[in-house]
Design a protein around this ligand. Structure first.
Ligand SMILES: NC(=O)C1=CN([C@@H]2O[C@H](COP(=O)(O)OP(=O)(O)OC[C@H]3O[C@@H](n4cnc5c(N)ncnc54)[C@H](OP(=O)(O)O)[C@@H]3O)[C@@H](O)[C@H]2O)C=CC1
Ligand SMILES: O=C(O)C(=O)Cc1c[nH]c2ccccc12
Length: 324
């Protein structure tokens, strides 16, 4: 089977469906291939219950369809999924699901892209030909669990953050969250709220801001150089949070917005975790040295027993960041 179109779009996440919607408005034929069985699968299947967009709604809306005026500034996950549902319906976006793209090459003589995809239902390999190719597969779709020495000996529950919904079943447990990105820090907060004894591994320096500071920074970025915005935001963040060094949290040398621009790494947008770290309700740990049974040893010599580990880790090794 061979299908021809003008634009092939790989991935039916928000970026892929927005691209298709814009092309549909211009009556430009396009096909969206998606390996999962639904659009925006990370949002629909792999995001924890309490997640809200970190950026204000005006920075998150897709082309040609603003969020309703009644929507809150920071849109909750379910409302975002509903918005995407309306969007797909309104712009007739109709992805082909269960298609895992295996290769894409440019046939110079025909001046066309040739894309092959495995149909996960029929098992057949399908071929698509197009003039343009849009790869909208996202930064971090795969759950990644690092190779920790002795993890196979750990007796308790081990999950990745993409499987975490809420802390209901962790209420009386000693839980270690590994990874201090936005997922790890929010999951630690959620676990603590559900009554778990919570610790979080913070292995690298991080910037901690809150959503209002990010909103302010995003506004000023339109008018002022990134390095100046970073200075302003950092002054405010230090006033708000004080020196977090004594709690085991260091700041990177480069500012938060410059770091986002250069490397793609986001600042941690605090949802309440920091005040729980300050009160000692959430403990900050250094990197894991190794695991022996239910005892986890850390690089600073501490060792403790845990009932569960949530890996909030991503494999960002192939993410190049945006060149300046
Ligand atoms: N509401 C929202 O809008 C939300 C947005 N997000 C965004 O989604 C994206 C993915 O976020 P997230 O899932 O948090 O992933 P990230 O890649 O942002 O964070 C992963 C963290 O895990 C750490 N890590 C990796 N391996 C290890 C290890 N072996 N030991 C200890 N720590 C380790 C990394 O540290 P190191 O730096 O040392 O590698 C990093 O801090 C980000 O852009 C984030 O901002 C996430 C949650 C909510
Ligand atoms: O999606 C993320 O990584 C966020 O947490 C929100 C975000 C997107 N772009 C930014 C730039 C600066 C600070 C936060 C973000």
């Amino acid at each position: 089977m061979k299908q021809e179109t003008i634009v092939m779009i790989v991935g039916a996440g928000p970026a892929g469906i927005a691209t298709s919607a814009c092309l549909n408005l211009l009556s430009i034929p396009n096909i969206v291939l998606e390996r999962e069985d639904c659009y925006a699968s990370l949002w629909q299947k792999k995001a924890y219950d309490r997640l809200k967009l970190h950026l204000a709604k005006n920075f998150c809306q897709l082309p040609h369809m603003p969020f309703p005026l009644s929507a809150p500034t920071f849109v909750p996950k379910n409302m975002f999924v509903q918005y995407l549902k309306n969007y797909v319906y309104h712009f007739n976006v109709d992805p082909l699901y269960q298609r895992s793209v295996e290769s894409a090459w440019y046939d110079k003589s025909a001046q066309k892209w040739v894309v092959t995809a495995q149909n996960n239902v029929s098992g057949l390999v399908e071929e698509y030909v197009s003039e343009f190719l849009v790869v909208a597969t996202g930064e971090n779709s795969e759950g990644f669990i690092p190779n920790v020495y002795g993890l196979d000996t750990f007796k308790g529950l081990v999950i990745h953050s993409s499987e975490y919904e809420n802390g209901k079943t962790f209420g009386d447990k000693d839980v270690l969250v590994v990874g201090a990105g936005n997922s790890g820090m929010e999951i630690a907060y959620d676990l603590c709220n559900w009554g778990a004894q919570t610790s979080v591994v913070v292995r690298s320096p991080i910037h901690v801001l809150n959503k209002e500071l990010v909103q302010l920074g995003m506004y000023f970025l339109k008018y002022i150089r990134c390095t100046i915005v970073d200075k302003m935001v950092l002054v405010l963040s230090k006033l708000l949070y004080g020196d977090l060094g004594r709690f085991g949290i260091q700041r990177p040398l480069k500012g938060p917005f410059l770091l986002k621009k250069e490397t793609g790494r986001s600042p941690v947008i605090d949802v309440g975790t920091i005040s729980k770290i300050k009160t000692g309700d959430i403990k900050v740990m250094t990197s894991i040295k190794d695991i022996q049974g239910d005892i986890i040893k850390f690089t600073n010599g501490q060792e403790r027993q845990f009932d569960a580990i949530v890996f909030a880790t991503c494999d960002t090794s192939d993410f190049p960041g945006e060149p300046l």
